[in-house]
Design a protein around this ligand. Structure first.
Ligand code: ADP
Length: 220
């Protein structure tokens, strides 16, 4: 009977994206069954992942035979071949069991995956491009944006807030963003309180609406 694999994750496609997911899951202590048609990749990862199988996941019987039908969580890491991606996703939907995460390489591809019944569609390249654009553009050193236009960033503080406490520079009232934490060189991050002093070489973690963060981070 099905249901024996409630703890593991099925990862199909050991390209850059799928392999990175599989390796990270294993590092976190989650068992992975990884499937790829490419023998070289199967060899390459067989030492690092619990189970790696060479199989064509577009074939429902094959996928079922290697145990792909037993998982309650599956990741489709095949992207470059949209046809393979869609067939594999459809097979997983037909199994009726797993929550499916799938990578899309375009908005149209993503729409198809959603229509088929994938629960989570991710756009790794488009997302990375957006993130890096924010990093390239200003003083931001790290940038995470949430769906609702809200972001958390790591940045060097603008000159006008340096050498002052957060209460003195009144950042929230003046710029509409909130300083969450401050890190001085060689020290740990500390949570921000009104008395927290911001020095020129500190890093600050700031949260707020993306457009306000952008404005704040573009100040000299
Ligand atoms: P990335 O851009 O992350 O490297 P790709 O889409 O290029 O991702 O990689 C897809 C991976 O999926 C490749 O390793 C390929 O061998 C594998 N793959 C393609 N088709 C199938 C299939 N039908 N069954 C299993 N694995 C597949």
């Amino acid at each position: 009977p099905r249901g024996a694999r409630d703890e593991g994750v099925l990862v199909i496609g050991l390209g850059r994206f799928g392999a990175s997911i599989a390796l990270t899951l294993e590092k976190l202590g989650t068992e992975v069954l990884a499937i790829d048609t490419n023998e070289e990749l199967v060899q390459k990862y067989s030492g690092q992942l619990t189970h790696v199988v060479r199989a064509d996941a577009t074939q429902p019987e094959v996928l079922d035979q290697v145990g792909g039908g037993d998982f309650s969580l599956a990741v489709v890491g095949v992207g470059t071949s949209i046809e393979a991606s869609v067939l594999i996703a459809a097979n997983l939907v037909d199994f009726g069991k797993p929550v499916i995460w799938a990578k899309a390489i375009s908005a149209a591809h993503g729409r198809i995956l959603q229509r088929i019944g994938c629960h989570h569609v991710v756009y790794p390249e488009a997302d990375a491009g957006k993130r890096v654009a924010h990093l390239v553009n200003g003083r931001l050193m790290d940038f995470i944006e949430f769906d609702d236009g809200f972001a958390i960033v790591k940045m060097r503080p603008p000159r006008e807030v340096q050498g002052k406490t957060l209460a003195e520079s009144d950042i929230r009232a003046k710029f509409g963003v909130t300083v969450v934490g401050v890190k001085s060189p060689g020290k740990d991050f500390t949570y921000a309180v009104p008395e927290t002093m911001v020095a020129a070489h500190d890093l600050v973690i700031v949260s707020g609406h993306t457009h306000l963060i952008e404005k704040f981070s573009n100040r000299p």
